[in-house]
Design a protein around this ligand. Structure first.
Ligand code: GLP
Length: 234
């Protein structure tokens, strides 16, 4: 695992955007694993700017997102589908049929999980997976646990995650208590991983770096990934 430090969130975001852009240039039909949350917003702004300048073409790009709230439809303004449409998909020429997130309102939850895992494999696996990190070390929505979950599944969110994410909802009671998420194995099978973290995550990044690989710190598994870089801004 490599760590690169930056003086600002803007510089770290630009560096992550460059990785994604060069990935698309070298393989136009790349599979990008995408993330939501406050952290990646400037990366998406950079991608949109590059697209508007004609520097990158999303025509053949495929995307798979890490996670989606259980019970929220894609029209809900706090769903991750909605976030992706607002920040990226509506602003570039990616084909809607090439953008994938779990369906938060799927009736058959087990089928939705296995279908999403199979979809990722069927389109050739993830070329670059973008990650943020939760204050408790979660990646996607893989919360601290006694074991590393392999595949796409539904996770019960920890109270601290519900509280952290409630800032975006009108009321904490509206925050879903569960979410679909890629498993740790799904993420680890990505060919390349880039994780962006700002200074508010310094304590957990310090733990990821300095602790043993441990499912109580889900992101610590990335030390076993052959091509992971943390983009950290001070
Ligand atoms: C959410 C998402 C994660 C994200 C994390 C941090 O719960 N499931 O994918 O990395 O929280 O979010 P933020 O970037 O807003 O701090």
């Amino acid at each position: 695992m490599k760590i690169i430090e930056f003086n600002s969130h803007k510089e770290a975001s630009e560096a992550c955007a460059k990785v994604l852009i060069s990935q698309i240039k070298s393989k136009p039909n790349s599979v990008l694993g995408l993330a939501t949350g406050s952290t990646p917003i400037v990366i998406y702004q950079n991608l949109v700017e590059a697209y508007n300048k004609g520097e990158v073409d999303f025509n053949e790009v495929r995307s798979v997102n890490l996670d989606e709230y259980y019970g929220l439809s894609g029209n809900h303004n706090q769903s991750y589908r909605y976030f992706m449409q607002e920040h990226l998909f509506n602003k570039v020429n990616i084909k809607p049929s090439n953008t994938h997130l779990p369906n938060g309102t799927a009736q058959d939850v087990r089928k939705e999980c296995s279908d999403y895992e199979n979809l990722i494999n069927d389109i050739g696996g993830i070329d670059v997976q973008l990650l943020g990190i939760g204050l408790n070390g979660h990646i996607g929505f893989n919360e601290p646990s006694d074991y590393f979950a392999d595949k796409v599944h539904v996770e019960d969110l920890q109270q601290s995650t519900i509280e952290a994410n409630s800032r975006l909802f009108d009321n904490i009671d509206e925050v879903p208590k569960r979410a679909f998420t890629m498993g740790i194995g799904t993420i680890m099978r990505a060919k390349k991983v880039i994780l962006l973290a700002d200074k508010n995550k310094i304590d957990i990044i310090d733990k990821v770096i300095n602790s043993e690989v441990n499912p109580q710190i889900p992101a610590s598994i990335l030390k076993f990934h052959p091509d992971t870089t943390i983009y950290f801004s001070r």
